[in-house]
Design a protein around this ligand. Structure first.
Ligand code: MN
Length: 422
């Protein structure tokens, strides 16, 4: 076990009971406090300014230059790979542990290093180069297949063999707090009439998680399932916005296009795979046995609770579903091994979406399409209104956390308000 993951660790920085960011977490993000963007680590209600901490001489890790902490994105820091990023997190853990006195009694340095989270602005933490979205939840794929094709053959024949995915678009990835406008596009609401054009009427969220890669291997080489985790930096919450009516009309034969590339929202703190190590869990049994290049040993998935809330304009939050990353049929190592098995190269800062994660029960479905079952079972909100899909003025909030042995490692939140079409 990494020293930083010891459940007994406490910090001399006071962290509130139930915080997403205890000393066992230490996620990385990009923040500004009136000045330039820089790399920070969340601890309780504080942000640790790594740029200042490094400048003051507290971080001396081989292969990690101080200037990477004064960057607009985490990518420069991520270029130091698993070894460098792990060493920095371990060092931060050591410095802020209760039994360490290096910084604890230096009030001058502390005042320069710590900033209240309420006083900072959080930014998109990673410059995403390429974005791939998988389709790895069996329950989600089954629900969609049942609704749109055939309940008796809901899964397509390839699904149990291939971690199905598609290449998305990185330019429209945004972070928490940035509103989106309802997308416009072509739809075909009536089978027997020509298509129409206008604002999307079936706007949906997708409850997903994303992981972000370190620099991979050169084009032509593959990353095996056993080494895959060495190439993964960490994870965030991911709401992959979807326009269902645009999707339905456009997706044949080449797959999703404008229904998916108008916005995808990620949370601003990246929880490292090191922090998630304590929350490993089994995945669903795989039958038929996967091809050899997808076979793995040990626990390669993570027990992450994920929730979605809808907050009507001026109203209160309504929890509409609760799912878990552990429901995924294909784990992240299998996804990465599959992605590169043909020689496709991955780069530092690539984003891999899980696909919508639905659980086995109706309250664990990860999209409005499934929760309201194609509009046939509207969701009741506390203000008396109903939702089949997302309305203008609604804010959709995603939260997530792991919990074990009295330690909670949280992801914070990603919140996105939907504004009317332009
Ligand atoms: Mn998706």
């Amino acid at each position: 076990m990494l020293k930083s993951n010891n459940p007994q660790l406490t910090s001399w920085v006071e962290t509130p009971e139930g915080t997403d960011f205890p000393i066992q977490n230490l996620p990385f993000g990009i923040f500004s406090a009136g000045g330039s963007k820089r790399v920070g680590v969340a601890l309780g209600t504080q942000v640790i300014d790594l740029g200042v901490l490094a400048e003051l001489g507290y971080i001396n890790i081989a292969g990690v230059e101080n200037k990477v902490f004064e960057s607009e994105y985490l990518n420069d820091f991520m270029m130091s790979g698993k070894t460098g990023t792990r060493a920095v997190r371990e060092r931060v853990s050591e410095l802020f542990s209760s039994d360490n006195n290096e910084l604890k009694n230096n009030t001058d340095h502390i005042s320069k290093v710590l900033v209240e989270q309420s006083e900072v602005e959080l930014h998109l933490p990673i410059k995403v180069g390429d974005y791939t979205d998988f389709y790895s939840s069996r329950e989600h794929a089954t629900n969609v297949g049942t609704m749109f094709r055939d309940p008796n053959n809901a899964l397509l024949p390839n699904w149990l063999y291939i971690p199905v995915g598609y290449h998305g678009r990185a330019s429209s990835i945004i972070t928490s707090g940035q509103p989106i406008h309802r997308p416009k596009g072509q739809q075909k609401p009536n089978e027997n009439e020509p298509p129409t054009f206008g604002p999307c009427k079936l706007l949906d969220f997708e409850l997903e998680m994303a992981y972000f890669t370190f620099q991979g291997k050169p084009l032509g080489q593959s990353i095996s399932v056993d080494e895959a985790e060495d190439y993964i930096f960490g994870m965030s919450l991911f709401n992959d916005w979807s326009a269902r009516d645009i999707q339905k009309w456009e997706y044949v034969p080449l797959g999703p296009f404008l229904a998916k590339n108008f916005a995808s929202s990620m949370s601003p703190w990246i929880i490292t795979m090191d922090a998630l190590d304590a929350f490993r869990c089994e995945t669903p049994e795989q039958d038929p046995e996967p091809f050899e290049y997808l076979q793995f040993e040990g626990d390669k998935s993570f027990d992450i609770n994920i929730e979605m809330y809808i907050q009507p304009d001026g109203g209160e939050e309504n929890k509409v579903c609760k799912s878990n990353y552990k429901h995924m049929y294909w784990n992240p190592s299998q996804q990465l091994a599959h992605h590169t098995v043909n020689g496709c190269d991955i780069n530092c800062g690539d984003l891999m979406g899980s696909g919508t994660i639905s659980g086995p029960t109706p309250d664990s479905y990860g999209s409005m399409l499934e929760l309201a079952w194609k509009g046939t079972k509207p969701i009741q909100l506390s203000d008396g209104s109903e939702r089949k899909f997302i309305l203008d003025g609604d804010t959709v909030i995603q939260r997530g956390y792991c919990e074990k042995d009295g330690v909670r490692v949280g992801f914070g939140e990603v919140s996105t308000k939907v504004l009317p079409a332009l």
